[in-house]
Design a protein around this ligand. Structure first.
Ligand SMILES: [Zn+2]
Length: 167
């Protein structure tokens, strides 16, 4: 791992961020498939998508997001909920096939007080974990070095996405 990878990854994040409409919601822009905004999307259904986190905790950190701009799970319609959960299951399967994590953090921060970076647009975090890796809170600083650039992670996960979800 080297600085060039760190910078390559962060540059990709900023490129993606730059495609959000001024003052607009980046998750909506990705959901619409705005030109360039969805470069890091790993999988997509009609009403939900899975994208690499722009500011990943570790390689393989994904967000599963409804296309529609809603802030709370209670606002999701039944098929949005089903598609969201389907993508969560597939994301975990793709992670397992690609990175062989020893565990996975799966969760949502509802509201800014809970730590949501984009509080108005619901998103679930899927984060691979290994025994002995650093505590999530302790590594929240922006000085992490990623072992690979985001486009490489995206390509690996896309290739793994067809992996059947095992028992
Ligand atoms: Zn939105």
């Amino acid at each position: 791992m080297g600085l060039e990878h760190l910078w390559a990854g962060w540059r990709a994040a900023f490129v993606t961020q730059a495609h959000a409409p001024a003052g607009g919601c980046v998750l909506c822009a990705i959901g619409r498939g705005d030109d360039g905004a969805d470069d890091l999307v790993v999988a997509r259904t009609s009403r939900a998508y899975c994208v690499l986190n722009l500011y990943p905790y570790t390689s393989g950190h994904m967000l599963v997001v409804p296309v529609r701009h809603v802030a709370h799970p209670r606002e999701l319609e039944a098929d949005e909920t089903a598609q969201l959960w389907q993508l969560v299951q597939e994301a975990i399967a793709a992670l397992s096939a690609t990175y062989r994590p020893e565990g996975v953090n799966l969760g949502m921060n509802l509201g800014r007080a809970a730590g949501a970076g984009i509080a108005d647009h619901l998103h679930a975090h899927v984060v691979p974990r290994w025994a002995g890796d650093a505590n999530f809170m302790a590594t929240a600083a922006q000085t992490r070095v990623l072992p690979e650039a985001l486009p490489d992670t995206r390509d690996r996960l896309r290739r793994a996405w067809s992996t059947p979800i095992g028992p």
